[in-house]
Design a binder for this molecule. Structure first.
Ligand code: G3P
Length: 209
């Protein structure tokens, strides 16, 4: 029973629509009517600038960390180590679902990348850092945030399934789910990438910073 309640709380934390609330509270607009229409950090960077983009990215990431960390409220003597780790995955995914389908914003949220990253950071910090490295390399080479997100999520699955050769079935399923989820939430980006109409991160010249 307590587990179900914690999953609901994780979903509600993930549902906090940071980009929507920031755009409405400070700019009187709904971020979903501008740019890519996505209620996430990348579109906030694009529409409202780097300061607010960074703010949204940090809060969306912290939602994943906070929701996943709710596992500490489970009494440790009633659950094995494996059960607790599995429960962390459930909490994190509930937050990611909340981010994508937020109850506080008409169920129209973001693509889940920052919240997924926060969740992975809480569960597998080393793999999270490796995925950030891949994200940054792809971003540097292509300047597409969407492509960087997609390839970093696929890299996450490869790290867990192949490089670290994880044996726990739930973890293996989780790794595949992360890659599939990110590909699914980026369908419009994939179409734009194939058509050559996806927007790139601008290169800041020194005087523009
Ligand atoms: O995390 C979302 C990012 O990968 C793409 O965002 O606004 O370009 O669709 P956007």
């Amino acid at each position: 029973m307590k587990e179900a309640l914690l999953i609901v709380i994780a979903y509600l934390i993930g549902s906090i629509p940071t980009a929507v609330w920031v755009s409405k509270a400070f700019f009187g607009i709904d971020i979903r009517d501008y740019g890519s229409g996505n209620a996430g950090a990348t579109n906030t960077f694009r529409v409202l600038g780097s300061r607010w983009g960074t703010f949204v990215m940090i809060i969306d990431m912290l939602k994943g960390v906070a929701a996943t960390s709710l596992y500490i409220l489970l009494p440790y003597y009633t659950h094995s180590e494996l059960e607790r780790t599995n429960f962390m995955v459930g909490l994190g995914l509930a937050a990611v679902v909340g981010h994508i389908f937020p109850i506080w914003a008409d169920f129209r949220g973001g693509k889940g990348v920052a919240t997924l990253f926060g969740m992975i950071l809480a569960i597998q910090p080393l793999v999270a850092v490796l995925c950030v490295g891949i994200f940054l390399v792809v971003l540097y080479l292509t300047r597409f945030v969407s492509l960087s997100s997609i390839l970093a999520s696929i890299a996450f699955a490869v790290f867990i399934l192949v490089i670290f050769n994880e044996k726990e079935p739930l973890y293996r399923a989780f790794a595949i789910a992360v890659a599939l989820l990110v590909v699914l939430t980026h369908q419009k980006n994939i179409t734009r990438l194939l058509r050559g109409s996806e927007s790139k991160v601008p290169i800041l010249k020194y005087r523009d910073r």
